[in-house]
Design a protein around this ligand. Sequence first.
Ligand SMILES: [Zn+2]
Length: 153
Amino acid sequence: MVLDKEYILELLQNVTDPEIPVISVIDLGIVRDVIIDEDSLEVVITPTYSGCPAMLEIEKEINNALKKKGINEFKITTVLSPAWTTEWMSEEGKRKLKEYGIAPPNPTNPEDIECPQCSSKNTQLISEFGSTACKSLFKCNDCLEPFDYFKCH
Ligand SMILES: [Zn+2]
């Protein structure tokens, strides 16, 4: 089998975050690189959050996605440095997050969190930890809906 980087990236585009099923590991920027050297394949990943329990799950999913296509010889390498930053998340990823009801990270102004339901910026932090450690719980003061915010790192 001839390995092709584009093909592998396309496969990985179907691997989603177990906590946010609408967003792929590519959109999140978790997949840092796909290294193909003749017939060896290495997928380099960086967790969004150190100690994020979802990472093991993500590794398993990448594993499954490749094996399902008959790719059995590969290596998944986790790289912790440089640490993942929200800058690596694609615009497409941010849009999908918002559609899913999670406020996307706002690295330029972390104080300025937009409500994913009504786009109001009149929001307040309820709890540092939302449904998972990677998210905070916010509430919108206009539509009164609570929502998760994907934390900046
Ligand atoms: Zn709102």
